[in-house]
Design a protein around this ligand. Structure first.
Ligand code: DGT
Ligand code: MG
Length: 371
């Protein structure tokens, strides 16, 4: 029995971008449960529900201590009835029936296995499940047509579903740095994504590349890719113009320099640590390398701060920044720019700090963006 006076009441602001969320999560059981329901919703094309669960989980991640009683949650934002019910079940019974039955369901398991293939999204997985395909064996037997990405994803399935370590990310950073500096001296490479937020593992390694002189970065991506390919570092690569944010959330009228924004989705062939730098005369019994997902993005220096902020994550933190900008400031934030709808002009920024300042937000460093 907890004494009323001893119950710690929590208080957090409602947007994740107003909060400091470190990797020190005091409510892992609860946030894992809510994240699983979020994932299930996303895999079932119920994005609204997915975001609701993600927001609820993020609020719990920001709390300074474990939740022990429902009364502590009074007044906290983003905790809807559904999330509160799940939290209550776990606090009272150690588990939520809904979470457990979702985890055990054939559909969820099949969606997880199939979307675990690089290049397979929820729509493709759903179509395959409707065709009776629930696992990799059935997929291979089915004769379903796979695109190049999916073929590579299937081929390297086990490697790509094994977490990338910080040590592996550092080894890849060295390779990418060598590639970039070889083809354009003075160009800069920054590790982004989860590793920039201080995570020790990740599902991929994300890099942002730029050059301090505007325009010098034009045409850089194909050169970097050619260098990496000729050195045998790439198992797969696809370079695309990045059109994700301009279309969905951008200021609406793409300017010509947005065409320069390039992204390369790749699979690296990374030598195993004990093999790096060693030339063996006899092939060893075990495989000497492993496949790792690597994302490269090239940005002109004028957009670099926006790209850095946009590619550091977390995904929810990004979403909340854009929601804050739109709903609270009448601004549109993308990985390219910040547009002020009231002043009808773009706001420049040379650093992430300046972007937070434009948005009227306290600066949150990468290690505290783990919402
Ligand atoms: P991970 O890799 O699972 O450990 O976690 P993160 O946080 O590194 O997530 P990841 O690699 O999926 O993406 C890194 C960040 O990049 C993410 O927080 C948001 C951003 N991002 C991801 N995909 C896109 C995209 O298609 N366009 C833009 N502009 N940003 C993206
Ligand atoms: Mg990542």
């Amino acid at each position: 029995q907890i004494n009323e006076a001893e119950v710690v009441l929590f208080s957090v602001p409602s947007y994740a971008c107003q909060r400091r969320t470190t990797l020190d999560n005091h409510n892992v059981t609860l946030t894992d449960a809510l994240s699983l329901l979020a994932e299930n919703a996303e895999l079932s094309d119920e994005d609204g529900r997915g975001v609701a669960f993600r927001r609820a989980a993020a609020v719990l991640k920001a709390l300074p201590a474990p939740v022990t009683a429902m009364s502590q949650l009074t007044g906290l934002p983003c905790l809807g009835d559904h999330s509160l019910r799940v939290i209550k079940d776990i606090l009272e019974n150690e588990a939520s029936d809904e979470v457990e039955s979702t985890k055990q369901s054939d559909r969820f398991k099949a969606l997880k296995v199939l979307t675990g293939i690089f290049g397979v999204g929820s729509k493709t997985a759903d179509r395959w499940i409707r065709d009776g395909i629930h696992n990799l064996h059935q997929l291979q037997e089915s004769g379903a047509t796979l695109n190049r990405a999916q073929q590579a994803g299937l081929e390297h399935y086990d490697d790509l579903n094994q977490q990338v370590t910080k040590a592996e990310a550092d080894a890849i950073t060295e390779i990418v740095q060598e590639a970039v500096v070889s083809v354009l001296p003075g160009a800069q490479v920054v590790l982004t994504g989860g590793f920039r937020r201080g995570k020790q593992t990740g599902h991929d390694v994300d890099f942002l590349i730029t050059h301090p002189e505007e325009g010098r970065e034009v045409g850089l991506m194909p050169k970097v890719v050619f260098w990496l390919e000729s050195q045998g570092f790439l198992l797969y690569q696809k370079t695309t113009r990045n059109s994700y944010l301009e279309v969905k959330d951008g200021p609406g009228r793409p300017s010509s320099n947005m065409d320069r924004f390039e992204r390369c989705l790749s699979i690296f062939k990374l030598a195993k640590k004990e093999e790096r730098g060693i030339k063996l005369t006899n092939p060893p019994a075990h495989r000497r390398w492993r496949a790792v997902r690597v994302d490269l993005v090239v940005s002109p220096i004028s957009q670099f701060a926006f790209a850095l902020l946009g590619w550091t994550g977390s995904k929810l933190f990004e979403r909340e920044l854009r929601r804050w900008a739109g709903h609270e400031k009448a601004m549109s934030l993308s990985s390219h720019a910040l547009y002020d709808n009231k002043q009808s002009r773009y706001l420049r920024a040379a650093s992430e700090e300046e972007i937070f300042a434009h948005l009227g937000l306290e600066y949150i460093p990468p290690s505290e963006r783990n919402a």
